[in-house]
Ligand binder design. Structure first.
Ligand SMILES: [Zn+2]
Length: 143
């Protein structure tokens, strides 16, 4: 989560919402990282999780990330929860809850939908206060 928080802070340089992610291989070694690049890349799908999952799959030479863990500073949205399912990651770990758009328990619970053929386990609230403070400071400055 420390790596993901560093990525989140780096997103501030391009005016992006500070959200960061990292993908760990089955041994717990980071294989890819990502940050929100919607503003930087003019990309509506440029969320930290998607960036990190794409980089991890490229680094591994395959789209299946069995046994891997996606770590992200904020609860993923529906798109990113879907990407986590499609990548077959074993686990998603996140920091702060997102009551306005979260899809891992807040507004939706995509990854535990029994109609899907893969359901990653979820661990929430890791270094939650730090992740929430980054977002809170960012949005306070936007006003
Ligand atoms: Zn997302």
């Amino acid at each position: 989560m420390g790596v993901a928080l560093d990525e989140a802070r780096a997103a501030l340089a391009t005016g992006d919402v500070p959200i960061g992610a990292v993908v760990l291989d089955p041994s717990g070694t980071p294989v890819a990282r990502g940050r929100n690049v919607r503003e930087a890349d003019h990309d509506p799908t440029g969320h930290a999780e998607v960036v990190a999952l794409r980089a991890a799959a490229a680094a591994r030479g395959g789209w299946r990330l069995d046994g891997h863990t996606l770590v992200v500073t904020v609860e993923p949205c529906t798109m990113c929860a879907g990407a986590a399912v499609l990548s077959r990651v074993e686990r998603v770990v996140f920091g702060a809850w997102d009551p306005k758009a979260g899809a891992l328990g807040s507004l939706w619970d995509v990854v535990r939908d029994r109609r899907l053929n893969h359901r990653p386990e979820v661990r929430a609230g890791v270094r939650e206060a730090e992740a929430a403070a980054l977002l809170g400071d960012f949005f306070a400055q936007q006003r």
